[in-house]
Each structure stands twice: as C-alpha cells, then as structure tokens.
Design a protein around this ligand. Structure first.
Ligand code: AMP
Length: 413
C-alpha cells in the first residue's frame, strides 16, 4: 500500500516524500480513502499511530479540490483539540503536509494574547485548529465565522470530554452548518463518547488502528531495523499504536536522553530523563513518578539505570545499543521479571550492526528481527566509516571468541 494508491494528490505526495514517509500507517490506510469519499468516521487511534496525517491529508485534498466563494473570516475546516500543545502540533502538521497547496491554516488557543489571533483570522484561514474555550472567545467577539465549515474534526475527543469541554463543544456545533463531514478521533471508548457519536456522526465508518498482535506478545527480545533519523518517529509509533504505558528507554548519552525526552513530549507522550547530570533527589522523584504511572516513558542512560528496580516493567526499548555488550543484558534484565511477559525491543540502524553482532555473540543466539511497516530502512544508506552510531572511535569493545575476552579495538584517536 502506498500513499499514491490511496488517491492522494501530487502536491501532498511531494510534501510526504520530503518528510520521507514511505508508506501509510494502518490508521492512514483505513481512514484516508473513507474521508476522501466524504464519509463521517469514528476512529480509535492514539498518539503515535499517525492519526494526524490520517485526517489532515484527506482534509487538505478535499478542500483544495472544491472551489468555494467564502465570506470574510470564514473557516472551511475546524479541528478541535484538547490542549494548546496538541493544537499547535496538529497545525504544524497540517501546514507541513499542505505546503504545496494554496490553503491557509492557523492554531488558536488560550493562555496567549488574543489580538494577534484576531489579525490572523482577519487575513483569512481555511483550516483552523483550536481549543474549545478560546474558539468561543473568538465567536463572542465575532472574529471568526463558522457558518461555512465543511469538515469538523474532534481530535482526542475522549480527552476533551474528560477535561469538561462537552458544553463548549455543543455550543460550537450549533454554529456549524448542518451539512458537513465529521471526523471523531478517540483513544479510549466510553459511554460519553458514545453519546457524542450518536449526536454528531452520520452513519460513521469505524476505523481502528491496528493493535499489537498476539504473536508479538510472546516475543521477549526483538530488533527493529530502522534508519537512524527515523528512530524517534518509530518509537512514538510503537508506544502509541501498541498502547505501551510504562516504557524504559535507553540512550547512550545524557544529551541524547534529554533530546529524546523533549521530542517525545512534543509527540504528546509524557516522558522524563534520568542521567548522571540530574541530582539524586530529582532522580528518585522521577522514578517514583514513573512507577506510579504519572510518566509514561523514562529515558535513561546505562549508568543512571543501575539503581532502577521496577517489578514487572513491561517494556524496555534500546533506542541506541549500548557501547558495551554486557550492558545490553543489564538493560533487558529489567523487563519480563516474574512471569510477566515483557518485551525488550532494540531500534537498530545500519551503523549499529557491528554492536548487534557483538551482543548476539555474547548471548550466543541471534535476536529475531522485524521490520515495521512504514519504517523500512532505506537500502541506499551506507554505514559511515567507524560511525558506530555517534560513538567516538574506540568507545566500544570487541569480543575475541578465542580468549572469550572483550577488548577495546586499537583505533587511532
Ligand atoms: P501522530 O500519531 O499523528 O501523532 O504521529 C506520530 C508520528 O509518526 C509523528 O512524528 C509523525 O510525523 C509520524 N508519522 C505519521 N505518519 C507517518 C508515516 N506514514 N510514515 C512515517 N512516519 C509517520
């Protein structure tokens, strides 16, 4: 399955190629054709499944294919989101996918001055991403006109309901034309969502992002080959699409741990880093928070992970393979204790192949490999000389099968 075969236009395909999206994710494969047909959808998809592109791409295509004469301040598509962060992130994606189309998008949310937003709306916005409260402020001030909205998207609808936005949402819906397309995304289905669905959607098609399959459940160790630059997206995808709740992720460096934490937060996944630069007090608090389930992902370096003892930690991810093969064993030893079926997943780029071989030598067996659809490594990428990830030459050890010892290779520094 390709984006082209889903019926997307050349402008969108070009933007996708620039972002190196090679294949649609399952939720995209299901949602895009249905939305393009103008149908309502009800989609169960969490962050990380590619849901944003799942609605943004067909939305952009539908709007660009129709010619309309619209009034001043009129919006053609309205995306409601629960938080500022999500609204900003969704708008960023819409703008990126639509960069070759003559459609304007904007995000409006509370907590910032309203005047600049009024200016933006006055200049004309086709696709508006908004949090419900601030949108109603604009409605009151008559700075936005929702009477010509063709498509309504409720992103993370369950979270909006949890946050008490139902009355605001109802008020907004009253301002929309009756004839319109509705797309509703949720992570967890509830009674409240059902009521909203009955009220809002018109013979919706149900779309569900693939959940993890049973075979993968029993696999303890797995390698996902992936390009280095795609690791972060793959990690968000795995966490989101498989509904992982407590994930310990290993990076090689403190800097890498900090950076990854920020990126995960940006993807809407709560994360915190622990490493040698954090005080003991901070580390202890972070760990407690993680154990309680307040933080979904803990990003750690090998040194910092030494004191971590979590019973039945379900998921360990090697975002980068360790420099020392023995550390791999320490890392994965933290999952699947006491009969729980934990998984230890390693995201391995071509530059880390040698490290992987060393680990397999230490384990005395190969680790099964599985390529994740949509994240296939680019076959044209060659490993860079001595790259070993971003490792400095000589920072890893080599196993000598004759002596059964590990030594640092003699590489000139
Ligand atoms: P989302 O679930 O919309 O928050 O997307 C999660 C992450 O997956 C984001 O970093 C997207 O940029 C990325 N992504 C979305 N669709 C694809 C795709 N078809 N191929 C690769 N990455 C994708």
């Amino acid at each position: 399955m390709s984006f082209k075969s889903l019926g997307l236009s050349a402008e969108l395909l070009r933007a996708l190629a620039e972002r190196s999206y090679s294949k649609p994710t399952p939720v995209q494969t299901q949602a895009i054709p249905v939305i393009l047909k103008g149908r309502d959808i009800l989609a169960g998809a969490q962050t990380g499944t590619g849901k944003t592109a799942g609605f943004a791409l067909p939305l952009l295509q539908l709007l660009s294919s129709r010619t309309v004469v619209k009034g001043k301040n009129c919006v053609r598509a309205l995306i409601l989101a629960p938080t500022r962060e999500l609204a900003a992130q969704v708008e960023e994606s819409v703008a990126a996918y639509g960069k070759y189309l003559p459609l304007k998008s904007a995000a409006i949310y509370g907590g910032v001055k309203i005047d600049p937003q009024i200016g933006v709306l006055r200049r004309g916005v086709d696709i508006l991403v908004a949090t419900p409260g601030r949108l109603l402020d604009h409605v009151q001030q008559r700075t936005v006109d929702l009477s010509q909205v063709e498509v309504l998207v409720l992103d993370e609808a369950d979270r909006m309901l949890d946050m008490g936005f139902i009355r605001d949402i109802r008020k907004v819906i009253q301002l929309l034309p009756r004839r319109r397309q509705n797309l509703l995304f949720f992570a967890t289905f509830s009674r409240d969502i059902k009521d909203l669905v009955d009220e809002l959607l018109n013979s919706p098609i149900l779309v569900e992002a693939a959940r993890r399959n049973a075979a993968a459940d029993s696999v303890e160790q797995l390698v996902h080959p992936v390009d280095r630059t795609r690791k972060r997206a793959l990690l968000s995808f795995l966490i989101g699409s498989r509904g992982w709740r407590q994930v310990l992720v290993f990076t090689r460096t403190k800097h890498g741990a900090n950076r990854l934490t920020k990126q995960l937060e940006h993807d809407g996944i709560s994360a915190a880093a622990i490493h040698g630069n954090k005080s003991q007090g901070t580390r202890t608090r972070t760990l407690e928070e993680f154990k309680k389930g307040g933080i979904r992902v803990l990003v750690a370096t090998d040194i910092a992970s030494r004191g971590i003892d979590i019973q039945q930690l379900p998921h360990v991810v090697n975002f980068e393979l360790p420099n020392v093969p023995e550390d791999y064993v320490h890392r994965i030893g933290r999952t699947g204790r006491a009969k729980s079926n934990g998984t230890a997943v390693s995201l391995v780029c071509i530059e880390e192949r040698e490290q992987l071989r060393e680990i397999e030598r230490l384990l005395k067996h190969p680790i099964p490999e599985q390529i994740i659809e949509g994240f296939e490594p680019d076959p044209s990428i060659e490993p860079t000389a001595l790259s070993n990830g971003q490792t400095q030459p000589g920072a890893f050890k080599v196993h000598n099968p004759k002596t059964q010892k590990w030594r640092r290779p003699s590489v000139p520094r």
